[in-house]
Design a protein around this ligand. Structure first.
Ligand code: ZN
Length: 251
């Protein structure tokens, strides 16, 4: 997001924040992070690779917030409360930077991995042995994120089924554990993709649409809150309070 758009969005969110008491029901707040240092492909506004120091501040903030406990994905989504920490794509720095910070705080977290990135040998992404190492971190859960990171809404039925089932099978083979969660690459999901995710056996699937997830929400269409490298403490607080949920209306 360009600087002027970000400033405008901050202003809209501030107004939305004032209306907070009128917004009614809250829910589980699923935060979406990407990289912590690695260059993210196509990230023209440098939104998706956060400095480690800033991530530490974010987590310190969550640790200090008694009314918003950090929960695992399944637990938070079922309860419709708390905060859930997720990472998309499977960057290597999820293991080297995020995991030590999160372990120190005993925070559970979920990493949605694209096997195609892992198999590519690109050093920005987790290798298979690193993925296995990540899986040993207490509180971690690993989900799929498509096999090639294409937009699932643009796949024909055969390609869609392949993206959903092969990513899951590959991760289960590498990790020797069941994989029942995923997030939709690029947030691209519609009714057909959701139905295919259900048919492929996923229990939970996360979107990229802003919002909170109520306990009666669809576990295969979990709203998330997109977190950006530019988000200081104040914006993180505004986002976790739901002041940015108006962004979900765009979808
Ligand atoms: Zn992604």
């Amino acid at each position: 997001m360009k600087a002027w758009k970000l400033a405008l969005a901050d202003g809209i969110s501030a107004i939305f924040g004032l209306l907070g008491p009128l917004r009614g029901s809250r829910g589980c707040r699923v935060l979406m992070y990407h990289a912590l240092g690695a260059e993210v492909p196509g990230d023209r506004q440098a939104q998706y690779s956060m400095a480690a120091d800033r991530f530490t501040v974010h987590m310190g903030n969550l640790a200090g917030s008694a009314d918003l406990p950090v929960l695992g994905l399944g637990e938070g989504v079922r309860a419709g409360s708390g905060v859930v920490i997720t990472f998309d794509d499977g960057y290597r720095d999820t293991l080297t930077v995020a995991a030590p910070i999160l372990s120190e705080l005993d925070f559970p977290f979920t990493v949605f991995v694209t096997p195609g990135f892992t198999r590519s040998g690109d050093k920005r992404y987790l290798s298979a042995p690193e993925l296995r190492e990540l899986a040993t971190v207490p509180g971690v859960s690993i989900g799929a994120h498509g096999d090639s990171h294409c937009r699932l809404t643009e796949c024909d039925d055969a390609c869609l089924a392949r993206e959903l089932t092969e990513s899951r099978a590959w991760l289960e083979d590498v990790l020797s554990r069941p994989v029942t969660t995923m997030s939709y690459p690029h947030g691209a999901v519609d009714g057909r993709v959701r139905a295919a995710a259900a048919a492929a056996g996923y229990e939970f699937a996360a979107c990229s649409r802003f919002g909170a997830h109520g306990s009666d929400g669809d576990p295969l269409l979990i709203a998330r809150t997109d977190i950006w490298a530019q988000d200081d403490r104040a914006r993180l607080l505004a986002k976790t309070a739901g002041d940015w949920d108006w962004m979900g209306w765009r979808a």
